[in-house]
Design a protein around this ligand. Structure first.
Ligand SMILES: [Zn+2]
Ligand SMILES: [Zn+2]
Length: 433
């Protein structure tokens, strides 16, 4: 019986520049050796196109004439075996970390096909490429160049499964399968591709985890905080038999859920615990943007004014004061997924606001975005009169499925990528499609 997945064939369409990025000027360039073809004549003779938007169309500077175009298509090779660092069409700029506190403009090198159009007077760029080339680049974009081989192999298989399962399908209405950012999987083309990670992709080529003969929905996050979260606690809906709570460590811990946050807080043997990484170059292993603080255990003083601003910004609620935060429900990893804010509105009336999603909670309790919703409030008793909410939390991300820092901890312990994968996705089988 053939293995089923969410892709129709072996290519994936990645949204690189979205209309919401509001980009009206983009430069495309490539080296003379690169065999680039395109939908307009003269492309082969040039190696740089400066694109801008004019009256809802594309203006391409760099060609003998400057035609107004509705769309532009460029092609170059995308077979995984022939990729190398920097191979592809150089696109500058592209947004990385869309909507997060580390949002910035970068440049990327993209193999395969680029489709450029204009929507709402801004550019939209879609990169269509072979799934194996995509997977090689994604594993690199998520990991640093010094990552251990088993971590890269595990991450590569997970990226392949996630991409092929296409369970979330957040962007199908926009004409592509996945976006280039943390919303889906971080993809920066071949810009940071290393020989090391390319090898991981080629060596695991076609390898996927399956459950009931279907490619699994391989969720992953940065740091579970000590216990892997339950799928249902984050995405609701039906349970997923291989995305279940488990202690992320070598020892057998009692129970399959955190019942006492302080017990979790003092759990130091987890594969993702900070102490495992004290003598390693974490930036080299996990990528540059990931090293901005602590992730396994963290503390944050959130100004109540920031929360009031967020109530206005995201829910158009004008409150005078925030008086209490009532935590109603948590998932197995202690991530809060049910919470009530209470306060007073501009008339002085008592009001409350209910949050039922870990994402919304992370958005609310930060000026930018909170690491995770697994936290306790240390000044709950005096909150009504304090200026800030004192949070103590664990983990980074939703915590479901593979824990990237835990997988690093396991790899550093000499555990093989197959055993890493079966630890995080129990009951699945590793096979080749
Ligand atoms: Zn996305
Ligand atoms: Zn973990």
């Amino acid at each position: 019986m053939p293995i089923s997945s969410g892709l129709n064939n072996d290519v994936i369409r990645v949204g690189i520049v979205l209309p919401e990025d509001k980009l009206q000027n983009i430069t495309l360039s490539w080296t003379p050796e690169m065999d680039v073809s395109g939908s307009i004549s003269g492309i082969e003779a040039t190696h740089q196109l400066k694109l801008s938007v004019k009256d809802g169309s594309i203006v391409a500077q760099g060609l003998p004439e400057q035609p107004l175009l509705d769309k532009l298509t460029l092609n170059c090779n995308d077979q995984v075996e022939t990729l190398s660092t920097g191979y592809g069409i150089h696109v500058d700029p592209v947004i990385a970390g869309r909507g997060f506190h580390w949002e910035k403009q970068i440049a990327v090198d993209l193999p395969g096909q680029l489709n450029i159009t204009v929507e709402d007077d801004c550019f939209k760029v879609i990169n269509t490429l072979n799934i194996e080339a995509y997977v090689a680049c994604v594993a690199t974009s998520e990991m640093g160049s010094e990552a251990p081989a088993d971590l890269l192999a595990a991450q590569t298989v997970v990226a392949r499964c996630w991409s092929m399962a296409l369970a979330e399908a957040k962007h199908l209405d926009n004409g592509f399968d996945v976006c280039n950012d943390d919303c889906c999987q971080r993809y920066q083309g071949t810009s940071f591709l290393t020989e090391h990670s390319l090898n991981a992709a080629v060596e695991t080529k076609g390898e996927v985890l399956i459950h009931q003969n279907r490619v699994i929905d391989a969720r992953y996050s940065k740091n579970c905080g000590g216990m892997v979260e339950d799928y249902e606690a984050v995405w609701k809906g039906d349970s997923v038999p291989y995305l279940i709570p488990l202690w992320d460590g070598p020892d057998q811990r009692p129970g399959n859920a955190v019942t006492d946050f302080e017990d979790l807080w003092h759990y130091e043997d987890a594969y993702c615990a900070s102490k495992r990484f004290q003598s390693v170059n974490l930036a080299g292993m996990l990528g540059k943007v990931d090293v901005s603080g602590s992730y396994y255990r963290w503390s944050e003083a959130v100004k109540k004014q920031d929360i009031l601003n967020n109530l206005k910004k995201f829910y158009n609620l004008t409150w005078n004061s925030l008086d209490n935060v009532h935590i109603v429900g948590r998932g197995a990893s202690a991530r809060i997924n049910n919470l009530i804010l209470t306060g007073t509105d501009s008339q002085g009336e008592s009001v409350e606001h209910h949050l039922l999603d870990q994402y919304d909670i992370r958005q609310m309790f930060s000026e930018s975005f909170l690491y995770s919703s697994a936290f306790v409030i240390d000044n709950a008793d005096t909150l009504a009169s304090d200026d800030s909410v004192m949070l103590r939390g664990s983990g980074w991300g939703h915590g479901v499925g593979l824990c990237q820092m835990g997988a690093l901890g396991m790899a550093l312990d000499g555990i093989s990528y197959k055993d890493i994968l079966l630890h995080y996705y129990p009951g699945t089988e590793l096979t080749t499609f």
